[in-house]
Design a protein around this ligand. Structure first.
Ligand SMILES: *Cc1c(COP(=O)(O)O)cnc(C)c1O
Length: 369
């Protein structure tokens, strides 16, 4: 559905790393990768890490989240947004979606904060996800975050290269998270990054990511640390990938438009259009089958599979996951409904028009039969 798409220079930078024997979680490619990522992220400070999940975990740690704290999180997301809250013994409070971007509903967010604060359980942080690359309702959510003085961790794991009011996603919150896993829009095979305007946050994150080793000739430790730094070899891949990020975004947006043009004659299939000021990297093209549609999501998915084409239902909301069934949830039914009717189409930037036509013909033939 979204396979790695390597360009011209990745192999060259990896060879450089081998030649110089920088096969370690330290080295010049990590420094260059952090610099170049900073350049496209408002010159924010950057910590290159070995996963996006590690970045979320460290973000919660630097914000001081502790056992039994409440942490707000988008419910419509991948489990990696929520798991790190539980690593800390804190409690995820899951917030349902609004219909225009499918991301965290600002009304439910404020309701949750007010209700929890009244019980003297004010949430410590907000994990805000931009799903499939589409910006969340940032204006509303940032103003709520300011009103109640609760920091935002922007989970932009799927949204590098997306913008809101011409500003890159990941730079709106107190901390921003990217993922460079193999299925994301650019990849380091496995990897992630934490970014922030705040120098001390990133300094602390790098310290915790290297086993919380104190500055001393011997190994001195005063805190519990983690092994979360990115490998220099992975950073070398990332350097090449960053060079083509804009091209990858362009191609994913082309794929979305292509599907939309060719499939919109089927009236029962709906696309998620962008609101003014919102630019999505269109990591995955997603479609919704209208309620009562003759062709159903699963029929389409299975018919694609018969033709050896992978598609997938949307993320199953966290409040419907067995592992999070005891979490508090502020619900409105939106994400459950979208989950039931939605499908992710093959969206890899290495697909050509013939590949796209194969998917489109498969769906059209099923619709006509
Ligand atoms: C991929 C992803 C993550 C986690 O990133 P990894 O690098 O795979 O650990 C977190 N949140 C969301 C929304 C993701 O899609």
């Amino acid at each position: 559905m979204s396979s790695p798409h390597i360009s011209l220079n990745e192999q060259r930078y990896v060879n450089e790393a081998f030649k110089a024997n920088w096969i370690a979680p330290v080295g010049p490619h990590i420094d260059a990768f952090e610099n170049n990522l900073s350049k496209i992220s408002n010159n924010y400070h950057v910590a290159a890490l070995n996963s996006g999940t590690a970045a979320i975990h460290l973000a919660l740690l630097v914000l001081g989240v502790k056992r039994n704290d409440n942490v707000i999180c988008s419910s419509f997301t991948f489990a990696a947004s929520t798991n790190p809250i539980v690593y800390l013994g804190a409690r995820p409070v899951l917030i349902d979606s609004e219909k225009e971007t499918w991301n965290m509903c600002p009304n439910l967010l404020e309701k949750a904060i007010v209700e929890l604060s009244a019980k003297n359980e004010k949430p410590k942080a907000i994990v805000l996800v931009h799903l499939y690359g589409c910006p969340a309702k940032l204006t509303e959510i940032i103003s709520i975050s300011k009103k109640y003085n609760i920091p935002i961790i922007e989970d932009a794991a799927e949204a590098i290269g997306s913008t809101f009011d011409d500003k890159p996603l990941g730079t709106f919150g107190d901390l921003g998270v990217f993922s460079f896993n193999g299925n994301k829009i650019i990849t380091t095979s496995s990897g992630g990054a934490l970014i922030s305007k705040n120098t001390s946050f990133i300094k602390k994150a790098k310290f915790l990511a290297t086993q919380a080793r104190e500055d001393s000739p011997h190994y001195e430790h005063k805190e519990i640390g983690y092994n979360y730094r990115m490998s220099n070899v992975c950073a070398a891949i990332g350097l090449g990938q960053l060079e083509v990020l804009n091209k990858r975004v362009e191609k994913r947006r082309y794929i979305y438009d292509y599907y939309k043009n060719k499939l919109s004659e089927i009236k029962q299939i709906k696309f998620l259009d962008e609101l003014p000021g919102y630019v999505s990297n269109r990591w995955l093209t997603t479609i919704l089958f209208e309620e009562g549609a003759v062709i159903k999501r699963e029929t389409v998915r299975l018919n694609l599979l018969k033709d050896n084409i992978e598609s997938r239902p949307l993320w199953k909301p966290m409040h419907l996951q067995p592992v999070f069934k005891d979490c508090q949830v502020f619900e409105n039914g939106v994400s459950e409904d979208i989950f039931n009717r939605g499908l992710c189409l093959p969206s890899g930037s290495n697909m050509n028009d013939l590949d796209l036509n194969r998917v489109i013909e498969n769906i059209k033939t099923l619709h006509e039969s």
